[in-house]
Design a protein. Structure first.
Lengths: 271, 271
């Protein structure tokens, strides 16, 4: 079966990518101002925080998308689905790592993706306070600024302690179902791990700053940009869990250097 | 017994603090240049990386200390002990988080402390690429820039999932002795954790960006600044493990908001 994305002309993909970058510019500008200034904090029914920054940025990005691509759908963490039947869907997480944003820890970031029939066409992760951004577009490569990203694979003989992974906190392994044993298996097998609780971890996997990332029990907007970022950089992306809680769907994903992804995925396959 | 540090005049403490800040300025300047430029990487006998940046910065700081305070001792990660019998000892870790520095992850930092008869008089943590710095001096308070730091304690009824801790990776719990069960107890009990593998975690505990930090199985220079930073901010600092491996001594420490420190220390006491 032909990849449906190959039907989209390259110039069209580039136009979508440029719009995603303009959205990231706007998001960065606003989030930097909120971060050094002030914002209101509320708590969602699940206890997680949401701020006036999350809401303001998502509204602004929706407005920018709606004006430019009025036929496209939009899915966002804070405002629900717009035109859910459209072939093109923008997927937004204005502040991924809201808890860190609230506590002024600078690893939070914005995730922006455009999917076509469920497959990613464009992905951007922007971490405003670290001045870090990666972007990718289908067939056009993955980049950090002007630098093209290439994920070299790891020597198969690399010992686990020399493999640097990022992963979700234990709470992500247990908030919907009890996968605590998996958290323990992963941390035992790969003891050189980092936990950031935000898309900074995804950015590290796309650039090779980490060898792979494990993202557990999250809705689609949390990893909507990750797949195209690592695949365009020559890496691998695997969905290892996919389940529903009520009307909501959650996923666990592993992505980064191919051999590391396979070794990590094996731990999930055995669970 | 009177605290020996109270014998040092306040003006003298301020002079030491100002010198420590000048060292941090120099370290930051050099590390930023190395980070965006290039450096050589070697591996130490234990397999951990050391770079030409670690070595150049430590040499430069030793020279600055030796010129200003020729009678003071110096302990550093890369160059061993100078005047180990002196009452005043400068303790240096030019690049804490060398592995992240090597992989261009911006959470590494410099730790600078001055101890008098084993008790900390001055402490500075500088995280150059995040433009973040905290400093403290005995009796003079703890600061982030011009902002005085005050660690409010947590409501005792705060549920564990709402307590934000930073901790060492599992490898720190197992590289010298098998405390893997402790890693599991801590991550199970406090599932909202972050792992940075550098002094950025200590900085977060000193500012309240995290509620407490657990630093496991490290030599003295890794936490030499942490105690004065959190104590001057009104927080608590506890050594929960202290052991020797051959001629080297290692410690595990917990520091941050007092009630959180007590709850975390209880897990170590029960082990």
């Amino acid at each position: 079966m032909t990849d449906p994305r190959s039907r989209i002309a390259g110039a069209e993909v580039a136009r979508f990518r440029d719009h995603a970058l303009a959205l990231a510019d706007e998001s960065r500008r606003q989030l930097r101002a909120f971060f050094v200034g002030s914002f209101e904090i509320k708590h969602k029914p699940d206890g997680s925080p949401v701020t006036s920054a999350d809401i303001a940025v998502e509204e602004r990005l929706r407005e920018m998308i709606g004006r430019r691509f009025p036929d496209h759908g939009i899915v966002g963490e804070e405002h629900g689905a717009h035109k859910p039947a459209a072939e093109f869907q923008w997927i937004l997480d204005p502040v991924d790592g809201t808890e860190d944003f609230v506590h002024r820890v600078p690893t939070f970031g914005t995730i922006i993706a455009l999917h076509f029939r469920g497959a990613p066409v464009v992905g951007v992760i922007d971490v405003p306070m670290l001045d870090a951004r990666v972007h990718a577009a289908f067939g056009l490569g993955a980049f950090r600024g002007a630098e093209r990203l290439h994920l070299a694979d790891l020597d198969p003989a690399t010992p686990p302690a020399a493999i640097r992974i990022t992963l979700s906190a234990r709470t992500n392994f247990t908030h919907h179902r009890d996968d605590g044993a998996l958290f323990e298996a992963v941390t035992r097998e790969f003891p050189n791990h980092r936990i950031y609780r935000s898309c900074f971890a995804h950015l590290c996997a796309a650039t090779g700053q980490a060898d792979a990332a494990i993202d557990v029990g999250n809705p689609i907007w949390d990893f909507a940009a990750a797949r195209i970022l690592v695949e365009e950089a020559g890496g691998a992306f695997r969905v290892v869990q996919d389940y529903a809680v009520g009307a909501d769907r959650f996923f666990s994903t592993i992505f980064g250097r191919p051999r590391v992804v396979e070794r990590l995925a094996a731990l999930f396959a055995g669970a």
